[in-house]
Design a protein around this ligand. Structure first.
Ligand code: FMN
Length: 356
């Protein structure tokens, strides 16, 4: 006899709306069965104070995938979650889906579901569902936003998939679709570690506001991480930024850019000048043995550590240099996001459901 769901509590984090919409579709299915449902945006609550749940409560998590893992905001939330005496949980991640001709192409989860599932298991929860939903990619630092017609088609498909998953979970069944991807998830997992410790910070340091910015502060007021500060009367992305892309995709003036020219140039400068000088200086004290795996690993850490620290300093300088017209133009015209063909990402307008 399947266990009855007494209550559904669904936690989500969302940058540009995909995960939020998955949460809404799931909640819709629960409400159609008269199950009391609560949907909570984890960026908007005090995550340190969540009380243990009553026995029949089903708990769900939905979050985007960032760098082959849940973004830290979702992960830390789950790490701090109260212990349980056997509540059922399900975990979902939205990924970068594509559509090639008529085929829906999935994204890649990496550690996203596995790490959080292990933590929840250790806290005493019972995992009833693990599922990825391949909504369109919102990562417009890397590629132009997906065309509207394709977004609509992927959305319609994902809504059906989410409803099917919700229906089974609410019927008390176990659904572990994510196991299909476990081999590729393990293979990409080392990248998620690099992304967690460095990649995500570097990405945040490629954002800037162009000449169209009128300091309306929409970006900083709507940032789920409160990561956008005002420095010299201009938006400035701090290290709290999760690169969720809400600011860049939602700016009504298209004033927020990723500076491809700056980041490429600065990586060359750091690697060809700063690191070269550093190694020359080190070589005056010690001889570095070759073909030793441990030394290679240590050197890789040192190299990336220096790169990372240099980026912190240079971002502040970059922000200042944007005041100088000639340099500003150089940065503007080498930002791919500036060009018309580089669309912003907008989730489907037709498929959006209200949250309860
Ligand atoms: C910084 C960043 C990293 C991402 N990393 C991945 C990834 O590792 N794998 C993947 O499939 N999608 C990745 N994506 C795509 C998003 O997970 C996907 O578009 C998601 O549906 C966005 O959800 P949201 O609109 O709720 O923020 C990434 C997006 C961003 C902005």
């Amino acid at each position: 006899m399947p266990e009855k769901v007494g209550q559904l509590i669904l936690y989500y984090f969302s940058g540009t709306g995909n995960a939020r919409n998955v949460a809404a579709w799931f909640a819709e299915e629960a409400q159609s069965r008269q199950i009391p449902t609560e949907v909570v945006d984890i960026a908007g609550i005090d995550r340190k104070h969540i009380n243990p749940f009553p026995g029949g409560a089903l708990i769900g998590f939905v979050s985007p995938t960032h760098g082959f893992n849940y973004p830290p905001v979702s992960m830390y939330f789950i790490f701090r979650f109260p212990r349980s005496r056997g509540n059922r949980v399900f975990l979902m991640n939205t990924r970068a889906g594509l559509k090639l001709s008529k085929w829906f192409v999935p994204g890649l989860s990496g550690l996203a579901l596995w790490l959080s599932a292990i933590v929840l298991l250790l806290k005493g929860y019972r995992i009833f569902g693990l599922r990825s939903i391949d909504l369109p990619s919102n990562w417009i630092s890397f590629h132009p936003g997906v065309k509207e017609a394709v977004v609509e088609s992927i959305y319609a498909h994902c809504k059906r998939v989410t409803k099917g998953f919700a229906s089974k979970i609410l019927d008390g069944k176990k659904v572990y679709t994510a196991f299909r991807d476990i081999i590729q998830d393990i293979l990409v997992s080392p990248i998620s570690i690099g992304y967690f410790f460095m990649g995500r910070f570097m990405l945040a340091k490629t954002f800037y506001a162009n000449e169209l910015c009128d300091n309306c502060e929409l970006c900083s007021n709507n940032c789920p991480m409160h990561a956008i500060l005002t420095v010299d009367k201009r938006p400035f992305w701090s290290y709290r930024c999760e690169s969720c892309m809400r600011c860049m995709n939602n700016c009504p003036k298209r004033a927020i850019e990723t500076s491809h020219g700056y980041i490429t140039g600065i990586m060359f400068l750091i690697n060809l000048v700063i690191l070269a000088l550093f190694w020359k200086w080190v070589a005056t004290f010690i001889t570095i043995p070759e073909h030793n795996a441990w030394i290679e690993i240590l050197l890789t850490f040192i190299r990336w550590g220096i790169t990372f620290l240099s980026l912190v300093v240079f971002y502040r300088i970059f922000h200042y240099l944007l005041r100088i017209p000639l340099l500003r133009d150089l940065f503007y015209y080498t930002s791919l996001t500036r060009y018309r063909f580089w669309r912003r990402y907008k989730p489907s307008k037709k498929m959006i459901s209200q949250l309860p």
